[in-house]
Design a protein around this ligand. Structure first.
Ligand code: ADE
Ligand code: ZN
Length: 348
């Protein structure tokens, strides 16, 4: 695609709906927090650990990063740095995952975690033009009972006015060997609390489209995170397209983390769009792949062969897929249209 200039993609105002705060921690911050947490890393630079041959091999490293987060201030710091770093690449609004199972099992207080993340979000929002809501992710590796417990504790915080940034519940972590339907009670409880619902499904090598169907029909989710296996089930694909259920796709992650494709040229994103699916572009765990949101747009443009017009549509599809109300979506769209009109983005 004929787009020039290193900052064109950073300049596009973007939303992001699939990004784990723990996967955005600056490598220098990981080193510092690990030392302070009393389990220094086995390497000088965490980037030496950031090579993965499967989702589960990635998760082992992701969990090491998670274990460096001990205090409210740690959570505040990573949220703040994450949003400031994102804003530098055009991020305007994010619905951001945090996955506290490991920390809760180690005795941390959910209220402190949420308060810390909120502190960091609010500090960033006063400094840079970004806004952020939180999505509490169930770690599937900890099982359905822990998932329900997490949702119940979020409910306690909501009733106490202590979780105003938390707008939804999701589920991430390992996929193979997990009985996704067993998480139905947790998702039903989230629905009763008025929380929005999403779920990682159809991501790992070896995972087919069945988890996508379970997430929609059994868990009642409104979005699917990844969902790339949907191309293996044309009937499900047609249904998800006609119902307008968004898929938060993370193309580089699918290559680098899940190792599902050898390169972006093999990624089904163009086919998914052509089939009428509502797809959005996201970074998943950018700091653990040397990635940022502007670079992801550039990679998709170059690797998947999208035109400038398609990329603009993808950015707008991101806005349409947010859980913001219509007036907030309209404001983001006006921002997008105002900025993009002035960008040097020629048609391919
Ligand atoms: N946690 C962080 N990144 C993840 C991913 N890509 N899939 C599942 N769980 C995750
Ligand atoms: Zn993810």
């Amino acid at each position: 695609m004929a787009v020039t200039g290193p900052d064109v993609y950073d300049g596009i105002p973007k939303v992001e709906l699939h990004c784990h705060v723990e996967g955005t921690v600056r490598p220098s911050t990981v080193v510092e927090l690990a030392r302070r947490a009393g389990h220094p890393l086995p390497v000088d630079d965490p980037r030496q650990l950031y090579r993965y041959d499967s989702l589960d091999s990635f998760l082992a490293i992701f969990w090491l990063v998670q274990e460096t987060l001990l205090t409210r201030d740690d959570w505040a710091r990573i949220a703040y740095e994450s949003l400031v770093d994102g804003a530098a690449h055009g991020l305007r609004y994010r619905e951001m995952f945090f996955t506290p199972a490991r920390h809760l099992a180690a005795g941390q207080d959910l209220g402190e975690i949420v308060a810390g993340l909120t502190d960091g979000i609010e500090a960033a929002e006063t400094e840079v033009p970004v806004r952020c809501a939180l999505v509490a992710d169930i770690d599937k590796a900890y099982g359905p009972a822990a998932g329900l417990e997490l949702v119940d504790r979020i409910g306690d915080l909501l009733r106490g006015g202590r979780a105003r940034r938390v707008i939804g519940v999701g589920a991430d972590s390992t996929e193979l060997g997990v009985d996704l339907a067993a998480f139905a009670p947790a998702f039903a409880a989230a629905g009763r609390l008025g929380l929005r619902r999403t779920c990682h499904a159809g991501e790992a090598v070896g995972a087919g489209p069945e988890n996508i169907r379970i997430a929609i029909d059994v868990l009642g989710v409104e979005r699917i995170d990844h969902g790339i296996a949907i191309v293996e089930d044309p009937a499900l694909l047609r249904r998800v397209a006609s119902e307008g259920i968004p898929l938060t796709v993370c193309p580089t992650s699918n290559v680098v983390i899940a190792n599902r494709y050898a390169s972006l040229a093999e990624h089904p994103l163009p086919a998914m769009r052509d089939a009428g699916l509502l797809v959005t572009i996201n970074t998943d765990d950018p700091a653990m792949m040397g990635l940022d949101l502007g670079a992801e747009y550039r990679a998709v443009a170059d690797g998947c062969g999208f035109t400038a017009a398609s990329l603009a549509e993808l950015a707008i599809d991101g806005i349409r897929s947010t859980w913001l109300d219509a007036s907030e979506q309209a404001a983001l769209r006006a921002d997008f249209e105002g900025v993009v009109a002035g960008l040097p983005v020629p048609e391919a």
